[in-house]
Structures are given as structure tokens and as C-alpha cells.
Design a protein around this ligand. Structure first.
Ligand SMILES: [Mg+2]
Length: 285
């Protein structure tokens, strides 16, 4: 990418976590850690995940075969909860600020709560718990609702399930559409709140205000001339297209959903992430 006449320091490569750097909810492999280490010699690196910082650190900060590494030393930028909590070189540079386009450091981790207000939040939680209570599925565990800084995570089976139960639920859901049906009911019930419902991973879906998706982190990255985003749900980022719709569109990788200066590449597994990156690196020569 630097071969296109730009200083490598102007290029940021930004990665999603699940299905991009790791298998869903699994730790990063030593091979991927090594790939990242080499990549960082050429470009700035960032990671953006929907989970909170503790979960992202758990997945990316260590591997069974490698000594524990801090993600803050491996990545220039770490965006947890899609960037509602943002770190640069290990320093907190922002959390979601209400009614403010620019990121401001707030030392409160209750922003969704502040954004919606206690009454609306309670309404959503009550309705969701009632829905889950009436839901007849083979297994239920615990933690059906997890309130995070910028989103509500809802799991019909409950987040306390084992890996085996998780796998079983995913299969069951594919047949019975438990999550899609639930989302359509919630979407209709709460139309007035302008919420986005996003089904992801194996057992849950996220509920958050419109715009609080992975595009949120872009506001921290204006210093870069070029940003490459690798993720398994790039098709879900229409806001990216809007923001850069006047930019030139490069032809050399048009089949990979390429937009300059923001270049989105669809991946589906950690292996495809490495392969696509290698392809990009090859094409620039
Ligand atoms: Mg993903």
C-alpha cells in the first residue's frame, strides 16, 4: 500500500475481531499474532470489536502457546464496543459523548443508559425479558441481557451457556429463526427509538442507537490518508459509502468492495483475512 505513493505511517489497517482475527469468541492464534507483528512494521494497526474491552483483551491479548501480550502494545488503536470506548497507544481517548459529534473523554460507562434514559431502557429490558420468558427453546441458561456501555446484548439461550450449548443453539436458530423473529418483534415495538438490531455471533444480537456501529470509530482516524478495514460484515456499513462517496474508486481491487481512502474487504475467517491481506500486498508490487 505504501507503494501507492503514501507514507506507511499514513495507512491504517483496521480489523474486526470475530470471524476476522479469530474464530468467534476464540483466542487469537500464534500465527495471527505473528502476522500482525510483521504487518505492524509497515502500517499502523487498529482493532474494532463489538465486545467490551475485557472480552477483546481476552481474545486478542494472549494465546495458549504464546506469552500473554497486551493488545495495547500490539495495536495502535483499540476500539471496543465499536469505538464507543477508544484507546490510542494504550490511552483512553474517548467514550461516547451525548449530543456531541466529537469524541470527548467521559469517565462514565453508562452512556446508553444516559442516551435512552432509565425509563426507556427499562421498557426495552422488561419487554425483552417477557419475550424470552415466553420463548420455548430446548435450553436456557443465565445472563439473557447484558447491558454494555453502548449497547444491549440479548441472548435467548443466555450467555452462561457452554460452548456445546452455544453450537447447538446456533444450529437450532438456523432452523427455527429464533433471533430473526425476536428482532422483528422488538424492532416493531420500539420503532420510535431509532434503534439498530444486529444479529451477530452464535447466540445473541445487539441493540444500539442508529450510528453506534463500527463506523463510529472512524471519527478518531482522520489523520490517516488511507484506511483498510477488514471485517466479515462490511456489507453492513452503508455509512462508510456515504462518507466517502466522492472519493476515487480504485480499479485494482474493485472486486473486493474497494473504496479509497476507506477500503473495505470482506472476510469470513481469520485465514481469509491473512489471504486477502497477502493479495493486497501482492497487487501493490
Ligand atoms: Mg465479526
Amino acid at each position: 500500500m505504501a507503494a501507492r505513493g503514501r507514507n506507511a505511517a499514513d495507512v491504517l489497517v483496521l480489523f474486526d475481531v470475530d470471524d476476522t482475527l479469530t474464530a468467534p469468541r476464540k483466542p487469537v492464534t500464534p500465527e495471527m499474532l505473528e502476522f500482525m507483528r510483521q504487518l505492524r512494521q509497515h502500517v499502523a494497526l487498529g482493532v474494532v470489536g463489538g465486545s467490551d474491552l475485557a472480552k477483546i483483551t481476552e481474545q486478542l491479548g494472549k494465546s495458549g502457546l504464546e506469552p500473554i501480550q497486551s493488545i495495547f502494545t500490539d495495536y495502535d488503536y483499540v476500539f471496543s464496543e465499536n469505538g464507543l470506548v477508544a484507546h490510542k497507544n494504550g490511552e483512553l481517548i474517548g467514550t461516547q459523548a451525548l449530543n456531541n459529534d466529537r469524541p470527548v473523554v467521559l469517565h462514565s460507562l453508562q452512556s446508553l443508559k444516559s442516551f435512552l434514559g432509565d425509563d426507556k431502557l427499562k421498557e426495552i429490558i422488561n419487554f425483552t425479558l417477557h419475550y424470552i420468558a415466553d420463548l420455548d427453546i430446548p435450553i436456557k441458561t443465565g445472563t439473557f441481557i447484558e447491558l454494555r456501555n453502548g449497547m444491549i446484548n440479548v441472548s435467548p439461550i443466555g450467555r452462561n451457556c457452554s460452548q456445546e450449548e452455544r453450537d447447538e443453539f446456533e444450529k437450532y436458530d438456523k432452523v427455527h429463526n429464533i433471533r430473526p423473529k425476536m428482532v422483528s418483534v422488538l424492532r416493531e415495538r420500539f420503532t420510535h427509538l431509532n434503534l439498530t438490531f444486529s444479529i451477530g455471533g452464535q447466540i445473541s444480537f445487539d441493540v444500539f442507537p442508529q450510528g453506534w456501529d463500527k463506523t463510529y470509530c472512524l471519527r478518531y482516524l482522520e489523520e490517516f490518508q488511507e484506511i483498510h478495514f477488514f471485517g466479515d460484515k462490511t456489507y453492513k456499513l452503508p455509512a462508510l459509502m456515504t462518507r466517502y462517496n466522492n472519493a476515487e474508486i480504485s480499479s485494482w481491487l474493485s472486486d473486493l468492495h474497494l473504496i479509497v481512502p476507506l477500503i473495505c474487504t470482506y472476510t469470513s475467517t481469520p485465514e481469509s483475512t491473512v489471504n486477502y491481506y497477502s493479495l493486497l500486498a501482492c497487487n501493490k508490487k
